[in-house]
Ligand binder design. Structure first.
Ligand SMILES: C[S@@+](CC[C@H](N)C(=O)[O-])C[C@H]1O[C@@H](n2cnc3c(N)ncnc32)[C@H](O)[C@@H]1O
Length: 220
């Protein structure tokens, strides 16, 4: 089913569409984190033009689609075993007239695969709700660390939904020599239960982070 999605308003108006597929896989739905990250991208749309952007664990791909609409050169990715999600990435591009402009590749976190090594130069890596399962945290950050090392100056923009106060990525950031800066939601008007016409953010506790190599400064 093709349905109308969030609308970002400013000097320009952008309405997005995506496919709603009835399937229990968590990559087949838009998550609150995706709406918050998309709002961050929209707020920084002028800086995104021409930037090379990769989305990890893209699922329905809302942030990647917004980045592409802002003029970025976007590649979407999801796990090699998640063929339905990869297909969904393509459907989201199609629904938004981006099929030719946006690439889709399989990238499984924690694997240094030919697909990962063959990626072009990147400026921004996106990850919405990729810190969903604590058992995956190490693999997500390994992939991020490999990409940040191969792309000096690149940043990992990621949103995280707090599901347990016990979960932490701090030790892993230290292990991979990564620096993390939290960006307050109010800094990009995302401290609202409803964003761009979407009620998904609701009362969920979502955190926006910028992760870089330890030597570089993240500019929120
Ligand atoms: C909670 S969903 C978030 C989907 C989307 N980013 C969003 O926020 O709407 C997690 C996503 O990560 C993907 N994923 C899970 N394990 C993965 C892995 N090991 N490697 C790559 N992607 C993975 C899932 O297929 C799914 O699309």
């Amino acid at each position: 089913m093709n349905s109308s999605g969030p609308r970002w308003w400013a000097s320009t108006r952008s309405t997005l569409s995506w496919n709603t597929v009835l399937h229990p896989h968590y990559g087949m739905y838009v998550w609150p984190c995706a709406v918050v990250l998309a709002q961050y991208l929209w707020t920084h749309r002028e800086a995104l033009g021409g930037q090379a952007v990769l989305e990890l664990g893209a699922g329905v791909s809302l942030p990647g689609v917004v980045a592409a609409r802002c003029g970025a050169k976007v590649i979407l990715s999801d796990g090699a075993a998640a063929s339905l999600c990869l297909e969904n990435c393509r459907r989201s591009c199609e629904a938004n007239g981006l099929l030719r402009a946006v690439g889709v590749v399989s990238l499984t976190w924690g694997e240094v695969s030919p697909e990962l090594l063959l990626l072009p130069r990147l400026d921004v890596i996106l990850g919405s709700d990729v810190f969903y399962e604590p058992r995956d945290f190490q693999d997500v950050l390994l992939t991020a660390a490999v990409l940040l090392r191969r792309n000096p100056g690149a940043q990992f923009w990621t949103t995280y939904q707090e599901r347990s106060a016990d979960w932490s990525i701090e030790a892993l950031l230290h292990r991979w020599k990564l620096n993390c800066v939290d960006v307050p939601l109010e800094a990009f008007d995302a401290d609202e239960a409803e964003l761009a016409g979407s009620t998904l953010p609701g009362n969920h506790s979502v955190i926006m982070m910028i992760i870089t190599m330890e030597t570089e400064d993240a500019v929120p």
